[in-house]
Design a protein around this ligand. Structure first.
Ligand SMILES: [Zn+2]
Ligand SMILES: [Zn+2]
Length: 105
């Protein structure tokens, strides 16, 4: 689930597909069919500050047993005010940071 993008018509935040075109990224809601242009000026959803920084977050899947495996990474935005801990972690490690919530059994 992404907290960055959601459908303004039906509130769907999961069943969304991004479509790239020359002008940017379009997002299509698979639930109600609304198509809109993704806001290129990201803002923090908690404090509405635009002091956010792109970062990569690991997409972690639970594999066999108790092992967690990093499947891929996704682009997220970290707020300088709300996510300072994770932002520092990302800047220091320079590799995808772990998601806040890990899948559990
Ligand atoms: Zn929708
Ligand atoms: Zn914030």
């Amino acid at each position: 689930m992404s907290y960055l993008v959601f459908c303004e018509r039906c509130g769907e935040d999961d069943n969304l597909v991004g479509i790239k075109d020359e002008t940017g990224i379009l997002v299509e809601c698979q639930t109600c069919g609304l198509l809109w242009k993704r806001n290129l000026q990201p803002k923090c959803e908690k404090c509405f500050s635009s002091d956010v920084y792109p970062a990569f977050e690991a997409v972690v899947l639970k594999s066999r047993g108790t092992q967690l495996s990093v499947e891929s990474s996704k682009l997220i935005y970290l707020c300088e005010h709300c996510d300072i801990g994770r932002l520092k972690e990302y800047q220091q490690s320079n590799s995808p940071i772990m998601p806040r919530e890990l899948p559990n059994s």
